[in-house]
Design a protein around this ligand. Sequence first.
Ligand SMILES: [Zn+2]
Length: 396
Amino acid sequence: MALTGSLVVGPDRNGRVVRIVDGRVATVCPEDADRLACPDGEIAPGRVCAHTHLYSGLVPYGMPPAVPAPTRFPEILDRVWWRLDRAIDADILTAAADDYIARALMAGTTAIVDHHESPALIEGSLSILSAACHRLGIRALLCYGATERNGGRREAERGLAECASVPATDLVRPLIGLHAGFTVSDATVIAAGDMARGTGMPLHIHVAEDECDVADARRRGYGGPIERLADLGALVPGSVLAHGVHLDADQVRRAGAAGCWLVHNPRSNEGNKVGYAAALSEGTRVALGTDGWDPDMTQEEAALRRLGRLHGDTGIEGRLAAGARLVADRFGTPPDPLAPGALGDLIVCRDGEVRHVVVGGRPLVIDATLTVASRAEIETNARREANRLWLRMAAL
Ligand SMILES: [Zn+2]
């Protein structure tokens, strides 16, 4: 879908006006441009969730707890997320993506960096996600997290091929996904790095989320997960490394020097009891993600501030804003949001509440109401598909 047309937003209560032409911020606009008034609001850049999982979008609709309750991180993966992802089919994935994207837009999140896995539905899964992004109008970087944990090397090859199948559009850019170092062989890491360099598509991978990833890299003979990626040619500039909880300062600096992004997911890390990502304050390219939690970035930022204080971390500023630079990199636009030539993604807030949301010059939320689809219908469908998902999970 091409983003065409023109939109003038404002003036807001500070007198600010933003003009958007053909999806980009412009200095001048045609006379007959559409207008979005906001005299009592404030225009701000759209918020970016730099690491998440659309496939977990149905979790708020009553996912039954795992019994017995997992305590360690590998158990959480095994009993919760790796059971959920195997139960996903096309209707469930569509419902999950629609609901998560709708909630993201209502919260002023205009772009998401998604990491997808559905082992029973590899081929075509990213088309479903891309279609949902276009239907609701959100900007996204999409990948399939290739892994060998269910079907060995062949499974990983199918995952990497799925990443390469996503066409770049005005709203979507593909990345090359790996689940995490500890579920892939060296051969798969090498193949992902080759693909990333060959296609110009960086990687998106979970790195050092838990100590088990560090221990695995060392067992394989590497200094750690960053060293393994580097040694195998997969520390590609622009890549998105999620978590980095168990990286040290040198490893964080090495990732940054290689042009990679690290993404802090404070609520998820706290919930999974994997630790606090203290060394990320040594990084220059650190963004903020929700890792599948509610896509309201103000909540994630509040958790970051709370946990930062708790851990005496004074280096947390600018992480939410950094996400816009990460996304702009992939779309080849200026890093400064709302500058001429930048992506036409913005929000208008009033008294701290999100009122309007615009992506690529297209108003998606007006007066706190989703305009591009029925929120009620999306939620009804989500509840129906969620009940089916819980049954499918129980049968695995
Ligand atoms: Zn994740």
